[in-house]
Write a protein that binds this ligand. Structure first.
Ligand SMILES: [Zn+2]
Length: 253
């Protein structure tokens, strides 16, 4: 992936050349600027574009292993059900927790850790607000969740997933202050939008070796989905491991 700075430098060079040599420079400038703008927007919403931050979205495709990841919890009613299902299949997963959810279910965060699952930072507020435009606010929001998780489980988290998978220059700058592995996904279940049967069908059809699968453990539907997906993946001999194991990286400092 070409770096952001390289793209901007190339853009400036092409625009200068166009102004010097092209007769229809105005239209060229508008078209090129629009293309660049669309690319920046695409880069913001597609974490795997790696335009603003270097993220990991997939594991080794040689091995028949996948990682189940759960965002936005812990949820007092749903997460315990998911933990029991994971235990039933002897599967370890990864939970990207928000500080606001943790505050409501502190013992549950400890339970996730005690049962051997990995915990990742998903920011404190998971906000669409001003903090995605301010490096200072975003840094404080991430640090607040780091401190909360450390207070409860005594571990310094190294796995981070940005809310909504959105990245931009302020987020990239804020993340430079942390020693994180930025984790995306290769298979988005769309469990927040689709009906359970559609999600299950989609996962069964699309799953591949090395996939990082995105679920949310704050949705009632997820319980039914996970029940089916666990059965399917195990019946088809997929190993299900924590994301740090799939990627051979460290979950904690
Ligand atoms: Zn989220």
């Amino acid at each position: 992936m070409i770096k952001l700075r390289t793209i901007i430098v190339l853009y400036i060079i092409v625009i200068i050349l166009a102004y010097l040599f092209l007769p229809w420079k105005g239209i060229f400038f508008i078209i090129l600027s629009l293309l660049l703008l669309f690319y920046f927007i695409y880069g913001s919403f597609s974490i795997c574009s790696n335009l603003y931050v270097k993220s990991i979205c997939k594991g080794n495709s040689e091995e028949k292993k996948v990682a189940l990841t759960f965002d936005d919890g812990p949820h007092p009613e749903i997460t315990p059900e998911i933990l029991d299902l994971l235990d039933l299949y002897n599967v370890k997963a990864t939970f990207f927790c928000t500080g606001e959810s943790i505050e409501k279910s502190k013992d549950l965060l400890k339970e996730i850790d005690n049962r051997g699952h990995a915990i990742g930072n998903h920011t404190y507020s998971h906000s669409y607000g001003n903090n995605i435009y301010s490096t200072k606010l975003l840094k404080a929001d991430i640090q607040r969740n780091q401190d909360l998780i450390f207070e409860l489980i005594g571990k310094k988290v190294r796995l981070f997933r940005p809310p909504f998978g959105v990245t931009n220059p302020p987020i990239a700058k804020a993340l430079k202050n942390f020693n994180f592995h930025i984790i995306g996904w290769s298979l988005r279940s769309f469990d927040t939008i689709l009906e359970p049967e559609q999600v299950i069908r989609k996962v069964k059809k699309k799953v591949k070796n090395g996939d990082i699968i995105l679920f949310h453990d704050n949705r009632l539907n997820t319980i039914e989905i996970v029940k089916d997906v666990l059965y399917f993946l195990q019946a088809n001999n997929y190993g299900m491991v924590r994301v740090d194991e799939l990627l051979n990286i460290k979950a904690y400092e």
